[in-house]
Unconditional design. Sequence first.
Lengths: 262, 289, 340
Amino acid sequence: MTAVLQIEKLNRNFGALKVTRDVDLTLERGARRALIGPNGAGKTTLINLITGGLTPTSGRVLLNGEDITKTSQAERARRGIARTFQINQLFRGISVLENICLAIGERTGACNNLWRPAGASAGIIDEAFGYLESLRLADDALRLVRELPYGRQRLVEIAIALAQQPRVLLLDEPAAGVPSSESHLILDVVDSLDPEIAILIIEHDMDVVFRFARQITVLVAGAVFTEGTPDEIKHNPQVRAVYLGEEVHGEQAAGQGATHHG
Amino acid sequence: MPSFAAIISILFDGLAYAMVLFIISVGLSITMGLMGFVNLAHGAFAMAGGYLVVSLTRSLGIPFLPALVIAAVIVGAASIPFERILYSRLYKATELDQVLLTIGLAFMSIAVCTMIYGPAPLTIRLPSILTGQLDIGVRTVPTYRAFVIVVGVVLIAVLWYTFERTNIGAKIRAAVDNRRMAQSIGINVDRLFTLTFALGSGLAALGGGLAVQTFGLTPSFAVLYLVFFLLIVSVGGLGSLKGTLVASIVLGVFDVGGKYLTPEAGGFFIYALALAILLVKPAGLYGRE
Amino acid sequence: MAASDVTTAGPDDRRARARAFIERRHRIRLGEIVPWLLIAAVFFIFPDRTTFGTQVLIAIMFALSLDLILGYAGIVTLGHAAFFGIGAYTVAILSARLGWGEPISMLFAAAVLAGIGGLISGWFLLRYRGLTLLMLTLATAVLLQEFGNYRSDITGGYDGVPGMEIWKLLGVFENDLWGHNYYIYTAIVLFVVFIVVRHIIYSPFGQALVGIRENVRRMHAIGSPVHRRLVISYTIAAAIAGIAGALFAESTAYTTLGVFDFDNSAKVMVMLILGGTGRLYGAFAGATIYMILEDEFSKAFPEYWQFGIGLVLVLTVLFARRGLLGLFEDVAQYFRRSKS
């Protein structure tokens, strides 16, 4: 297996606070890795360090063996790192279809064109529509994003990332904030993603993690606590102590929240 | 090279000017730092102070000093309904909305003042004790400017004490630093903001009253000096008392010095300096990055 | 009927409908001819008001340039007058100091110089957003004004540049007493500028600007060179504002440092907000209504005029954030709904 993404001894401090400590992590082609850990473990920070939204205090990030630690966020995205956000980051005032077209346009360089009408490139529209169909969003193609229910917006979040044709896809709690009646749809989508893409997913729902992931990294207080297959993690007594135990409470709290929503 | 006497003059006049700038700008700095609200109507509160002092001294025959205090109190109190009814609705809005609302308010204030007082510049009759010259040893200086500096120094001391030593000051600093955190530890940020807004507007009015003699007072005051106040606030760093003071002194002294030494180029260099500082330190000299 | 529709609407239909929708968006709609008909009509109905009409057209162009950056890219600037001023002074200095008064070439010169101003200041400034950007744009305009004041030996300071000599248009048409020729000239330039802006807005680049306005974080995440896109749009908007400023200076053969005033930056923003941002024709509606109202009221009742503008701004922010055109749409939709 070839490593697509490698992180070496990555550190990030906010003042005196060490949010990421000596993190090593590798994603191979087609990887299905879950990143778990209690709240405040630095999971989203790690994603931001990988995408370039944050610069590490020390350490390296390699994409296909090339050092991209100093590369800008946009350049990393163009080289194939895509992400979704824990809280939706969408173009709310334009249609779903145009959200996707924008991602394609930026990927292909079409957005450098100031003169040709955007509607003239049938290829882009067709491709965008393809993503929408595969995520069962085709009926909403022409609706404004802000008019969609939150669960559907979560799908748009993923569709934009897919439209980037990424080699590495970082999913930050894709089903967060979605009532459980709808979250299965999102997780089905996640399950059926292109097997070539290396995927790192942050997820709190252990059922999802154990179903989806082939490797699991446990992050505690900014450092890698342990790594392993779902089976190893499930039966690791230390993980149960520091993390899974706490998660039981977390899940109950989340469950109550969800019933309030519904 | 300018003579020693000229340098003393520049420093003295610059300092007097800086004090007025500081008194007017400090409220703007705190409210912008606290709520991130772009308040382009701040100059209007200063102007209201100026006109109130004119009215109080001329029509009601109230002496200058009490008139200053009364004007500050009235404007401070009058600003509360503005904050509660209009500003508070736009705390979460975009800065564009805030800009538009407060430009609108500034325009309306200019119109109202023109209707009441006419477009011609107005002056204040100062008590005889504040007119004339004062001997400060190396040189004689206008008494009024010395008075402004004294008022400024006293206010700085009071503000510094309020900010650093009192409970309410600690709350304001906490809220400027991290609003959400302050809220979560039980500080009523809304009420705090109303309070600081009123305080800031009152101070602006006081500064406006002091400025009549040096800046001149016309209805366009509300916008004319606004750019300068905004620059001071952003160069100093939003929400920073120290920053506003330093920026007021630097820009005030440089402005006076520039106009004294090279009357044509003075304004240009002061804005070039401000722009350069902002480009290097976009959060201002003492702002949070 | 409806049920069979659903069953026959296969995936291909949906796709075709979506494609048709996107493809149709940039096509010219019938209603778009209205403003141009009005511009032409004014010429024939109010032949003695064309001098004023020219100023309205210039204001439209200025507001249109602001719409490109404010309405589409979401750049909030308090210093757009800087570029209008550069344009005006390009004409003033060329015609009064350098002995070149050919109007059309001066427009190009103004566009280039204002564009360079936009490129340089934009490259530095557009890294910042929000409050910082507001202050920096404001300071830039004041800086230019103060520079003009510093070199008042060239600019004439606040008294204006004396002795501007603008040559005849194409060597034939003079700026006659009624301003007929300049009205036509300005209308043609406005049309050309409008076509350019319209193309940009419906281009993929224009879509990217909207993306930046809607969510800049996501734009970074999908690999958009945000800074470059902003600087390009800012440069184009600056060039157009420069052309507007140049037309102002040519049509009045006069300009003072007052063009750099904060008032001027605020005024163009008010016009655009009044008409509606990010909708291409908002600039037309807003600038026209503002200029007419100003012309009617500002001299007769200056205080009431200023009070009225302030009040309208406050009310717009609180109740009609999408401007007059948006309000119009809302009302139309309301009646359509209540009918059905």
